[in-house]
Design a binder for this molecule. Structure first.
Ligand SMILES: [Zn+2]
Length: 377
């Protein structure tokens, strides 16, 4: 690893604002760097489907000196950040104090996930500069729109990837920690259909959809259902004006859980309750569920975990695993059969103006990742 280059890459990337759907400058930075090394990189057509100004980038690396029959490994990092809320200075002021990279406190740093992008780029340099060391082919994916519903990874044509396992370089967990379990996430759209009537002249002829929905809301679960399952309704709309009995009302909510059977149970129970209440009022309803991503459990005997644990022991790091209630690119990749774990990079206070990362952690994360990839010999 060229520590100085890795540091500079991180600082330069953090200085480029790249809120979701505006990853263009970061993608161009990556395209320039990778092309200058003579490595192929392809941008997909995600823009046509999910909007924004940038597609996912896919880099393929193999060591031409070796006749390669080793299985390919996948690395991924996302190019977008949450909105940096730039304010009047219109820039991200990145600074380093005592080995800690941070901002002036007026914006996020964006180490989530520029740290992952920087490590992936340094790994590409490493492979090019050290032929014969890493004999494993690599597929490196830089995704867009992770922070607004993991849209880039959802669009990504995962069937074009040959890797069956890998590491997602994203995470505010410590270096030496990987996420091995993450929940399924569903969104629901409930439409209640009543009957309109003049609110003053013929109220008896109407069925007020807002009233029906409010009864339904009183019965629907909201909050933590059990240790594995949590749900929330977040948006209510309905009606048109005050002198008309509202004939429609809408509720949008979400349901997350680690156990798909429990999720299906909650969905069925909600359906039965909604049906009962709407029938009592003589109203109708329609409920649509969209799966945003699937959950995953990566077991200790999976290939990526084996590599991770061997690498930790080689570097004298105590390996740790954690369960998250959040989701990310790893959900879509695991859902497509690519066994992978989010790999701790040591970023702290992500999504806040206090976000920071230590350069020592950045270097350690790179070395640990390199050791993981070396296990695939
Ligand atoms: Zn992230």
């Amino acid at each position: 690893m060229n520590q100085n280059r890795l540091n500079i890459t991180l600082l330069e990337l953090c200085e480029i604002p790249s809120p979701s759907q505006n990853e263009r400058q970061v993608a161009d930075y990556i395209l320039d760097r990778v092309s200058s090394l003579g490595v192929d990189v392809v941008e997909d057509e995600a823009v046509k489907d999910i909007g924004g100004n940038t597609g996912n980038l896919v880099v393929r690396l193999s060591d031409n000196d070796n006749d390669n029959d080793k299985p390919s490994l996948l690395l991924s990092a996302h190019m977008d950040t949450v909105d940096p809320k730039l304010g009047s200075s219109n820039k991200i002021n990145v600074m380093v104090s005592d080995g800690i990279v941070h901002t002036d406190g007026k914006t996020i740093l964006g180490a989530d996930d520029k740290a992952g992008v920087a490590i992936a780029l340094e790994m590409i340099h490493y492979v090019v500069e050290n032929p014969g060391d890493l004999v494993t082919p690599l597929e490196i994916v830089f995704t867009v729109q992770e922070e607004i519903g993991v849209l880039g990874a959802s669009y990504l044509k995962k069937t074009n990837l040959v890797s069956k396992c890998g590491f997602v370089l994203d995470g505010d967990t410590e270096v030496g920690t990987v996420i091995v379990k993450s929940p399924y996430k569903w969104k629901y759209f409930l439409d209640v259909l009543g009957k309109s009537a003049h609110a003053a002249l013929d109220p008896e002829k109407g069925i007020n959809a807002i009233k029906v929905l409010s009864s339904i809301i009183g019965e629907l679960p909201c909050g933590r259902i059990d240790n594995n399952t949590v749900t929330n309704y977040g948006i209510v709309t309905g009606g048109t004006t005050t002198n008309v009995v509202a004939d429609q009302a809408k509720l949008i909510g979400e349901l997350r859980g680690h156990d798909i059977e429990k999720i299906n149970y909650v969905q069925t129970e909600m359906f039965v309750n909604i049906q009962k209440i709407t029938q009592e009022f003589g109203a109708n309803f329609d409920i649509n569920w969209t799966s945003l991503y699937s959950g995953y459990v990566v077991s200790n005997d999976s290939q990526c975990m084996q590599y991770f644990m061997s690498a930790c022991s080689k570097l004298g790091i105590e390996p740790k695993t954690v369960v998250t209630d959040g989701g990310g690119d790893a959900n879509h990749l695991n859902g497509a059969g690519i066994n992978c774990v989010p790999f701790g990079l040591g970023m702290k206070a992500i999504h806040t103006n206090q976000e920071h990362i230590s350069l020592a952690d950045l270097h350690l994360a790179f070395n640990l990742l390199l050791e993981c990839l070396r296990q695939n010999r």
